[in-house]
Design a protein around this ligand. Structure first.
Ligand code: SF4
Length: 363
């Protein structure tokens, strides 16, 4: 291990805060240093959250794949004219919620396209409808980008949108649409989404209103290690101010079926080295986060097992359906049985626990 890396890891394990430049340096590591960084992250994880690995019983509700944004990294969203375009009827939503009740999920995620015709009333109608059907579930829905779109469509403030959604039954906000919070990167991968400053403003507004959210990073497309580090810096400073993030959800870019790949701007997603370093460096850099999720739907169960040795402490959800990942080429993103999660945690000498959306231990 080089002296600068050894010193940095010792300092961080000792409680020092890492700079973005230092994070970028670690994200560029090659060879055995990757394992040194993962080991340091594992030590910090053990110190912070111990042996428990969590998961949530959740289910996605893909209300529509019609989307006005058509991000370059996405294989799910389509224009209204596409032959595969769909919008769930109330009966279809009811059938999905019935399945969710039978599966005893505690969280329902509306993971959908940003429909060009939706306004605040329409979103509120969906939330209220599902909340009435399953009031015991946390409705984990709406990204800052969707909140901004609802506000624009209805000519009201984003705070008013959030107030109306909470009144209708919204539980927690999705920290999605973050992708990489560096505007030069957003211009290439998601030019129609809100810029960084607006994403930050809305997420802080929600946190100040008492609405918790996840945070995400979608890495492995066109961004550099420096961009990933800058993204971590944005999240850490928000968390310093609000404490409203429940976790970081790293989302490894799946390139098949996406416009960036078709246009030749990327030839692949992240490598296994990059995945491991992303988990480990996020654990080391985000000293004000308790939870680093290992998103098995993007990287598969075996890599998820290694992620748990590189700073991870949460599997995310059971899912039951994840068209966003499968449409972009994921092989097995639809359902992760808690029994399979337990096999992994037993193998690692860790302890699996079910949690709520906001990380209360449920069993
Ligand atoms: S990532 Fe979301 S906003 Fe972007 S195209 Fe896909 S569904 Fe639409």
């Amino acid at each position: 291990m080089s002296q600068p890396v050894r010193q940095l890891l010792d300092d961080v394990i000792g409680g020092a805060r890492m700079t973005e430049e230092e994070a970028a340096m670690l994200l560029r590591a090659r060879g055995p240093e990757v394992w040194d960084i993962a080991r340091a992250a594992d030590m910090v994880r053990e110190e912070k959250v111990g042996k428990i690995v969590t998961y949530v019983r959740n289910q996605n509700l893909h209300l529509t794949n019609i989307c006005k944004n058509l991000c370059g990294f996405c294989g799910f969203g389509v224009p209204p004219s596409a032959k595969e375009a769909y919008l769930f009827t109330k009966e279809e939503i009811e059938a999905e919620v019935k399945k969710a009740r039978e599966r005893q999920v505690s969280e329902l995620c509306f993971l959908s396209g940003v429909h060009p015709d939706f306004d605040t009333d329409r979103y509120v109608e969906f939330i209220a409808f599902v909340h009435d059907l399953m009031p015991e579930a946390d409705l984990h829905t709406m990204s800052p980008d969707e909140v901004a779109w609802a506000a624009k469509q209805s000519g009201i403030s984003t705070q008013e949108v959030l107030e109306r959604m909470v009144a209708a039954g919204l539980g927690t906000l999705q920290g999605t649409a973050a992708e990489i919070l560096v505007d030069d990167v957003r211009t290439t991968i998601c030019p129609a989404k809100v810029p960084t400053a607006e994403w930050v403003r809305i997420i802080k507004e929600a946190h100040r209103m008492g609405i918790k959210s996840t945070s995400t990073i979608m890495y492995g497309s066109v961004e550099t290690e420096r961009d990933r580090a800058e993204h971590f810096g944005v999240l850490r400073s928000i968390q310093d101010e609000t404490g409203g993030f429940t976790e970081l959800v790293p989302l490894s870019y799946l390139h098949e079926g996406t416009a960036l790949h078709r246009r030749g701007l990327v030839t692949r997603g992240a490598t296994g080295r990059e995945d491991i370093l992303l988990f480990a460096v996020s654990r080391l850099f985000l000293d004000n986060f308790d939870n680093i999720q290992i998103s098995w739907g993007k990287i598969g169960a075996r890599m998820a097992s290694l992620g748990m040795l590189a700073g991870g402490n949460d599997f995310g959800g059971t899912m039951y359906v994840d068209e966003v990942s499968t449409d972009a080429g994921a092989e097995a993103a639809d359902y992760f049985d808690p029994a399979a999660m337990k096999e992994i945690t037993d193998d690692l000498g860790r302890v699996l626990k079910r949690r709520s959306t906001v990380y209360e231990i449920l069993d």
